[in-house]
Each structure stands twice: as C-alpha cells, then as structure tokens.
Write a protein that binds this ligand. Sequence first.
Ligand code: SF4
Length: 365
Amino acid sequence: MYTPCVAKKRKTSPTSKARPLIARPGARFTCFSDGLCCSDIHALGPMTRSEVKHVRSLIPDAVSYNDEVEGHCMRPDEYGRCAQLQDGLCGIHARFGPEHKPGGCRRFPYGLVRTPEGGRVTTEHRCPCRTMGERPELDLADAERSLYDGAGRLESDQEVPVRIALTVERRVAFASYRKLEEELLARLAAGEKAESVLGAEPMPDLHEGAWVLHAAEFLDMRDGTAGGVAMAFFGDAVLALADGHRPPKRPRPWADAFDTACARSKKPGSPEAMFNDWLADEIWMFRWLEWGCPFDVARAELATRLAAARWLMRRFEKSGLRADQAAAEAIMIAELAACTNQWPETVDAIANDPSPASDLERRPV
Ligand code: SF4
C-alpha cells in the first residue's frame, strides 16, 4: 500500500529561525500548471480537520475519506486527479482565492527549514514545473505567500539542531557543517559528477535485512494509485540493482503532466544538471535529519536513490522518452520513495560502522 509520510508539527528552538528567508543559489521554479501535484501521486492529502471543514463549506462534496492514508483528502476523479482541477488549474484557487486551498496544496513544492542563519526555502523535485524547461530563479515572495499557515505564521517543516552529526561518532557546529555543505553544493553546481560529490557507494551493506527485501516492500505498494505505480517502479530499480531482476512492463499514469512539460520545454535539459540540481536540494533541505541518521548515511542513501534514478532514466529512455523527460520522471520516483513510510526503515538498516561514505567529514573543520 502506498502511504506518503504525513508531515509532523515541529517545535521551534531559539537557536534556529525562519527569517530571513534564504533561497539556494541556482534553484529555479515557477508553476506552469503541468498538473502533477493535483493527482494521487501525492495522495491529495491528508488534510487537517479545519481544512476539511473549510473546504466543505465552499464545496460540500470536495473532500472524501481515504482509507489508505487514514484521513481526509481532496476527492479524486476517476483518473486519480483532484476533482477540483479544471484545465490544469485549481478550481478552488480560481473561484475563491489561493488562501482557501488546503495547506499542502498551497505549499507544494515549497518547504521551509529553520536554521541558525534563517529559513531555507526548499523545493521538491517530484514536479515537472520544478525540473523541466526554462524557469526563472525561485521567487522568495511567491514562496513566502505559500509558506504561511492558517494563522498567518511561517510554518516550518524541519529544524536544524545546534550540532550536526557527520557520522555516528562525530558532531560539529552548524557553521562547520555549513562549510562542508557549501563545498558540496558548489561542486554540484559546477557540474562535477554527482557520485563523486556524494563520495558514497549506492546500495551499501545493511545491518538488517537485504536490499531485495526492501525492494519487495516498494513493489507491495501497488494499490491502484499513480503513487503506488511509482513505488513499484522504484522497487523494480532497487531489485534490478540488487540482483539483476528484469522488471515487467508498467503503465506511467503521470505521463500527461510530463508530456506537457516536454512540449513546453523546447530546449532539452541536461539530465546530469537535473540530477545535480535535485541532489543539491536534497542536501539543502536536510531531509535526512527527519530520519535521525548522520550525514554519511544520508550521502549513502542519496547515492542509492541516485543509482535507482539513473536505472529508471535508462528504462524510460529505452521506451522512447526524451532524455530530460526520462530524467525528470526518474527523479520524481526517486524523490517520492523518500516520502514513504518505508524509506526511513531502509535508511535505518544502512550499516554505519564502518562509515558507508568517504572520509569527507574527517578533514579538519
Ligand atoms: S485543491 Fe486545488 S491545488 Fe489542491 S489538489 Fe485540488 S486542484 Fe490541486
């Protein structure tokens, strides 16, 4: 069963702050209404109780209960898209204004991470508007409007601690970590091969279970939704990398959104630049802190998802997709995998002694 992680409410600490808002240099995004975010690839929820009440007050049948998510979501149409989506645009936004949309819709693909320097504006890459075509630099004013909660406060997704674990044995102050991170981001931006920047092998040793068993968990997520199919593709990739498995043919229920993006992107993008841009944001957003792992394990899990994404890209290219579209769909899947309840368990199974990554962190900082 495909169940995306539900964002938890976080306490704020005096050492981190939401302002000033900071964009990652080089991050580009604008919404082209490709329509992917309003499909069951994102489960259309879950929504809070007050969001359910509010949306129902506007459109009584717009919300339905989703057994898989165990919560209320926007009601999907027969193709798994939100029933309020009209010609690629949100019907609630058009009729009532953006502030009336559920919080998850308002935010996507933005996020906010509180750090000692200010609030990092993050972007998810499981969206062709984020990954494909000519895009302007990220607009902080647009992001800020999306990041307010119902009470008009900036709502954060993640909080950076005072000291950051580079390995299980070593923690450093945020400022020291920041220097290491800055170097990694600069190398990615300069076009260095992502594998060499991460300095970690994919599919490292596990202290528990085997990669084929973790792959099986993703294959089991098929539940008739687009998200479930995406996770079956991810399971195929991990299984193929682990033991050479030959996957069956699968539909791509998200194809429309990416075909639209491909058609508007006259100049094909560079897959290598897309992978580097995605990984830079994965690092920038500190997704790994949520899993409680040190940075060396995080680099190993990123190397694993990158290997899966490259395998998926080759698979999509063989089926005739343009290289940048193949990369964008592969990135969507590899990112979505990290948003399931399964991936934290997989990350937890990565053995951390000896370290699964290079000794980047052991240099004096
Ligand atoms: S409410 Fe609007 S933004 Fe949210 S999923 Fe439906 S159409 Fe998309």
